[in-house]
Design a protein around this ligand. Structure first.
Ligand code: TRP
Length: 362
């Protein structure tokens, strides 16, 4: 049996470079109990302080998982979905789970009012997170704008970092971004104000600058706060259907968002880049190249949980038994099911919003 190479994507080189350039650890799924689909298949491909995290899980010691919601449009993307899946993985393994609404950041960087941000988060984002697997009963929520302790930390951190350091981490430094980043560092460390413990922040790899900034701040505030540097796990991007590194809203024809009308999605899937040959005859003779195929990447990252089923598609494609037309039809069916389930689960989740545990600040 040919094994699916988790690194077997056209984008391999980029991710290996990222690991080297930023000094990340390569993610080893064997360190973790019952790794999920993303972990097994190398979609979660790197991290920071992974041993500390894995140790806490194995020894059943206290640790936390935290992420933030950016409440802008009423749409999310597959990158958000991966973060939620990782949050649920840690939640199911005992993490104290925190989800915050980045309303201050949305106001500072996108001009969205606090009221609008709060409403969008409650009506859309939090239900979406729940629909994708987050257990609301085991999650603590808060709004940045209400969390005085986070804001207070952000102010203290501002004394510990210079403009040049900021520029070297982020490449640029405008005041809104600086405020956003320092507040985010406050978020990431907030659970440790009450209790010093390891924590994990699951993110897309583009968010590493925030993790680095926070870890630098931890180092510099040792004598006052004495936090444990946060661990992180990084997922790859879901590539655009035309084969570009990342799905982007600026190319609507190649980007699938959540929720999206299944008919529309299937139309987009039809136009996706595959690893197919020029003619059917050639494909039957030579077999396809699933490692170059965006449909296969969608299966691997999102649509097919069962490793054996995924392997069979890979093998059939390689052997010239599976043609791209048929395969795209299959992807369309899976995506339709996924979108329909997502909408239904969102409806159910909306009913739970009233029962959420929001931290109250006096
Ligand atoms: N900046 C994040 C975004 O743009 C939102 C965010 C705020 C966040 N605080 C956080 C993410 C803490 C992870 C951890 O989506």
């Amino acid at each position: 049996m040919v094994l699916i190479d988790p690194w077997g994507s056209v984008l391999v080189k980029d991710y290996e470079d990222v690991i080297k350039t930023f000094g990340l650890e390569t993610f080893n799924p064997k360190l973790f109990p019952e790794p999920n689909r993303l972990m097994r298949r190398g979609v979660v491909f790197a991290g920071r302080d992974l041993r500390i995290l894995a140790g806490a899980i194995k020894k059943k010691e206290k640790f936390y998982a935290l992420t933030g919601i950016m409440p802008s449009a009423e749409r999310i993307h597959f990158g958000n979905k991966m973060v939620v899946e990782m949050m649920s993985y840690f939640q199911e393994r005992g993490a104290k789970t925190y989800v915050l609404v980045a309303d201050l950041e949305a106001a500072a960087t996108r001009g969205i009012s606090l009221e609008k941000a709060r409403k969008t988060a409650l009506d859309f984002h939090i239900p979406a997170w729940i629909a994708l697997g987050l257990d609301p009963k085991k999650t603590t929520f808060y709004l940045q704008s209400e969390n005085k302790e986070v804001v207070h930390m952000a102010y203290n951190f501002s004394k510990r970092i210079t403009l040049n350091e900021f520029k070297s981490i982020y490449g640029s430094a405008d005041p809104g971004r600086i405020m956003g980043a320092l507040t985010q560092a406050g978020d990431i460390l907030y659970p440790q104000l009450k209790e010093r413990m390891p924590g994990v922040i699951p993110v897309g790899v583009d968010q590493d600058p925030h993790i680095r900034l926070t870890r630098d701040i931890v180092e510099r505030t040792k004598s006052s706060y004495n936090f444990i540097p946060p661990s992180a796990v990084f997922n790859k991007f879901t590539p655009s259907l035309d084969g570009e590194l990342k799905m982007s809203k600026s190319k609507p024809g190649s980007c699938i968002e959540l929720p999206e009308n299944p008919k529309e999605v299937c139309r987009k899937l039809k136009g996706a880049l595959t690893g197919g040959r020029d003619t059917i005859d050639e494909q039957k003779k030579l077999g396809g190249e699933p490692e170059k195929c965006m449909i296969f990447e969608l299966y691997k990252q999102h649509l097919i949980d069962d490793d054996k089923q995924l392997q069979k598609i890979y093998d059939d494609c390689k052997a010239g038994k599976l043609m791209c037309g048929e395969d795209k039809q299959h992807a369309c069916e899976l995506m339709t099911k996924f979108m329909e389930k997502f909408e239904k689960d969102m409806e159910k989740a909306r009913k739970k919003v009233k029962e959420l545990k929001f931290v109250e600040f006096k």
